[in-house]
Design a protein around this ligand. Structure first.
Ligand SMILES: *Cc1c(COP(=O)(O)O)cnc(C)c1O
Length: 368
């Protein structure tokens, strides 16, 4: 079977060497030495000021909202993983959905302004598939209306914009280190900011809001363990090679998928924002209709190949989303976009086979 993604696992021996240290110290969690080492290495790798390693990429979104005192309306994207909307709803905020750009599927800065009310406090945008949003445009709206900017940058590890990690932008950026992401710690995530005061708040939030007998603030349990940090320490040094291997797979697809039919309207890929050095996190393709997409999915599944509808559905249509702001571009793209298998050791012959199945399924429909 070929799945849409496959987690990278380091040499078992390398991981067990870290385990030996854990066994010697008998120190399993709570800001341990491996976690501190990983945080220091990630800060260096990403070139960011403050970074807190946490349990996952969802709780860090919630911590971001809490740290910035966001409780009311947040302009957000309908084209993301459901965690983005869930974090807002869980924190009692009101998501207000602005539509996406038709070329790269990131939040369209031009759609934000008309939705701003006296209750708007922040913008929460997702850097879709590891590509950067139009950061300057979003920042300009935020400054004009005094709004905070939180980026769900779950996909962006190892990707940069204008020479800086994409994770370094916004008031707060968050990342996920789930097993399916470019860099992973099995489960995990991080929260990043330049602001010393916010960083201090986040430090206490992560660990119940107290240190020993001193209670500073409300808090939660977002601490990650030495076992997860050990995985991170094994995977982090491999990230440049993993990204290079992904780039190779990406180019196999690019040369074998048939983008020529009907001037590329039958299959297309989202564009990259100029200035982005990409991490090749996903290989999304957009078909002409949901019907074509479903045929492609069936044809692949018949050969034991499992793609993923991602992102689907458009988050403004979730049954538990409050209100229903129409976002026609996101609703349309969500029906037609499919992520094809993409991981570092996916072989050229397999990409060739996948591309052939996709090309054939697309061509069949266009004859009808
Ligand atoms: C993976 C992902 C998350 C959630 O991260 P977890 O670590 O699984 O909680 C949030 N947002 C986006 C865009 C993601 O892709």
């Amino acid at each position: 079977m070929i799945n849409v993604t496959k987690s990278y696992l380091p040499d078992l021996e390398e991981y067990t060497n870290y385990l030996k240290g854990i066994w010697e110290r008998v120190y399993l969690t709570n800001d341990g030495p491996l976690l501190r080492d990983l945080e220091a290495q990630m800060k260096e790798f990403l070139g960011v000021k403050h970074l807190k390693f946490c349990t996952n990429g969802t709780i860090v979104l919630q911590m971001a909202l809490k740290a910035l005192d966001i409780t009311k309306e947040v302009i957000t994207t309908p084209f993301s993983y459901v965690a983005t909307t869930n974090a807002l709803l869980w924190e009692g905020c009101t998501p207000v959905f602005a539509d996406i750009r038709p070329d790269d599927f990131c939040l369209d800065a031009a759609k934000i302004e008309p939705l701003i009310t006296e209750n708007t406090q922040a913008i929460m945008a997702t850097h879709v598939y590891g590509n950067a949003c139009r950061i300057e445009e979003i920042q300009a709206v935020a400054e004009k209306y005094n709004l905070k900017v939180i980026y769900d940058a779950a996909h962006t590890f190892g990707a940069s914009y204008n020479g800086r990690s994409i994770l370094s932008y916004g008031d707060i950026s968050t990342c996920s280190f789930h097993a399916t992401k470019v860099f992973h710690t099995v489960e995990g995530g991080c929260i990043i900011t330049d602001d010393d005061e916010i960083a201090q708040k986040l430090h206490f939030y992560r660990s119940f809001g107290h240190r020993n007998d001193d209670y500073y603030s409300i808090g939660i349990n977002a601490k990650n363990s030495e076992f997860h940090a050990a995985m991170g320490l094994c995977v982090l040094p491999k990230v440049p090679n993993l990204i290079a291997a992904r780039k190779q797979v990406f180019s196999y697809y690019d040369t074998r998928l048939d983008f020529s039919q009907a001037d590329g309207r039958k299959i297309r890929r989202p564009t990259l924002t100029p200035g982005v050095d990409y991490n090749y996190a996903y290989y999304p393709v957009v078909f002409e209709s949901e019907e074509v997409l479903l045929r492609v999915v069936d044809a692949l599944k018949a050969q034991d190949i499992v793609p993923r509808r991602y992102f689907y559905p458009s988050l403004n249509t979730l049954p538990f989303s409050v209100g229903h702001q129409p976002c026609p571009i996101s609703e349309d793209v969500a029906l037609r976009v499919l992520c094809l298998p993409m991981y570092p050791d996916l072989e050229e012959v397999d990409v060739e086979r996948i591309a052939m199945i996709v090309n054939e399924a697309v061509a069949v429909v266009s004859i009808e």
